[in-house]
Write a protein that binds this ligand. Structure first.
Ligand code: C2O
Ligand code: CU
Ligand code: CU
Length: 488
């Protein structure tokens, strides 16, 4: 039997029960968007980020078992300043090992919070982070090998904003007034309204896809914004879902930053695609005072899986994300979008070395591995370059300060590829040349065909605490689609 036939049979027989056991929540939309508390992290003591077990009412009136950093679900907004050390005590008050990985930050391996830095219940990890990064919107989350997907799903994640006192940010930047964090995640709930994490066959292959979208932990919330320019910091903190955001009235908006910081100039668009772990800052003009909803087109993971394997059912459906109401005119912030931005995309020079990476759904015999994935017998069957992740194996050794070209491709599916310890530039995507400046500094790139990135590492990582590269579909990462490397 051909693979395609085999897979479509599998979908037909196994997808149906999964749909029956879940429900789409009929919660009234319109609960106010929760705005995460800010934790300004500087060099002093007393910044405590405590991973705890929570009971969160994600569905009003029903408590779910969750995890959070210092709160029931998710964590505070961490605010770091470039040029200042950020000292933070991460406590583990959960029942399992955790980490706190500063996704997108440029810190040495021993401060990065990767899988080797997992620490057990009752322990505290106290990194002092030298903040050496342009102004940007980053991500933090637990990163314990084999448990990342469920820990992030339950809530061990949050947003970081890095401020750069050296630049004059010409965009709206009054937090909670005209500058908002939007942490977007899809989740599923059982009939009683409790958060569930049931992978099943589909989730194992494609990563988890939930039925409902949460923003900052609330289902389809409502935000009242001032009538004027508003900055939205979008973080796709979902395990596997790709969003293609747009507004219901088709309005144009401008992207002003990607993963690693500001773009050279605002880019006009009517829809924005974000793969897992990608970030984008957008400016939306609400001066017409009309209420509008932010929605997402359902995007598949392409390749041979085509549309049929998409989790969560209907491939053409639109997902409701949140709604906006418009209040009074802003009293602060710019009234006009600047034509150019203080971006930092620099010339990395010519690469001195090329490395190749193939992301594999199966790392051995394809059909038997696929079967194992489908039935969940062996979680370690995904890999990169034919090998599943092995914590005791160093896959690459990179020289500090040298520019390299990495070529990444994938078999069968598209994958968001992430590299620790660096921001990179994308030079080709899906086999086509792109302008790196337009895309900006990235730390995740969606692999939809041959992709080339340029990178230059300036932070070291040793054998004991190497950096990771991996697929950011968290179920793929946990199943072994990850490698590690030293920089020195
Ligand atoms: Cu978002 Cu290896 O991490
Ligand atoms: Cu990372
Ligand atoms: Cu993947």
């Amino acid at each position: 039997m051909k693979r395609r036939q085999f897979l479509s049979l599998g979908v037909a027989t196994l997808a149906a029960p999964a749909i029956i056991s879940r429900r789409t929540v009929a919660a009234e939309p319109g609960a106010p968007l929760p705005i995460p508390d800010v934790m300004e992290v500087g060099p002093g003591a007393g910044n405590i980020l405590s991973a705890i077990k929570g009971r969160a009412e994600l569905i009003p009136g029903v408590e779910s078992d969750t995890l959070g950093y210092g709160q029931d679900y998710l964590g505070p907004l961490l605010r770091f300043q470039r040029g200042r050390t950020a000292s933070i005590d991460v406590e583990n008050r959960t029942d399992d090992p955790i980490t706190a990985h500063w996704h997108g930050m440029h810190v040495p391996g021993y401060l990065d919070g990767g899988p080797q830095l997992a620490f057990g219940p009752g322990k505290t990890w106290s990194p002092e982070l030298p903040v050496d990064h342009p102004a940007a919107t980053l991500f933090y989350h637990s990163h314990v090998h084999g448990r990342t997907a469920e820990q992030v799903y339950r809530g061990l994640a949050g947003m970081i904003i890095i401020d750069d006192p050296e630049i004059d940010d010409p965009l709206p930047r009054d937090y909670g007034v005209n500058d908002f964090p939007l942490i977007v995640q899809d989740r599923s709930f059982d009939r009683s309204g409790r958060l569930t994490y049931d992978l099943g066959m589909m989730g194992r292959m494609q990563g988890f896809h939930g039925d409902d979208v949460l923003v900052n932990g609330a289902i389809r919330p409502k935000l009242t914004v001032p009538a004027g320019l508003v900055r939205l910091r979008l973080l796709n903190a979902s395990n596997a879902r790709i969003y293609d955001f747009n507004f219901t009235d088709g309005r144009q908006f401008h992207q002003v930053a990607s993963d690693g910081g500001l773009l050279p100039s605002p880019a006009a668009m009517v829809n924005l695609r974000l793969a897992p772990a990608e970030r984008a800052e957008i400016i939306v003009d609400f001066s017409d005072r009309s209420a509008v909803r932010l929605v997402s087109r359902n995007v598949g993971s392409g390749g041979m899986m085509g549309g049929g394997m998409m989790g969560g059912g209907n491939n053409t459906a639109t997902l409701d994300v949140m709604s906006f109401d418009v209040g009074d005119a802003s009293t602060s912030g710019p009234v006009q979008l600047p034509g150019s931005l203080p971006a930092t995309v620099s010339d990395l020079g010519e690469p001195v070395r090329t490395r190749e990476f193939i992301l594999n759904i199966s790392s051995g015999n394809m059909i038997s591995s696929m079967l194992n994935n489908l039935i969940g017998q062996d979680r370690q069957t995904m890999g990169i370059n034919g090998e599943p992740y092995d914590m005791s194996r160093i896959d690459q050794q990179v020289q500090l300060g040298e520019t390299e070209l990495w070529r990444i491709n994938a078999d069968m599916m598209t994958h968001p590829f992430h590299v620790h310890g660096v921001s990179f530039q994308v030079v080709t995507m899906g086999g086509r040349a792109v302008n790196p400046a337009e895309i900006g500094w990235k730390d995740v790139v969606h692999i939809e065909g041959p992709t080339e990135i340029l990178l230059r590492f300036d932070k070291p990582a040793t054998v004991d605490t190497p950096f990771m590269y991996h697929c950011h579909i968290l179920e793929h990462e946990d199943a072994g689609m990850m490698g590690q490397f030293t920089v020195g």
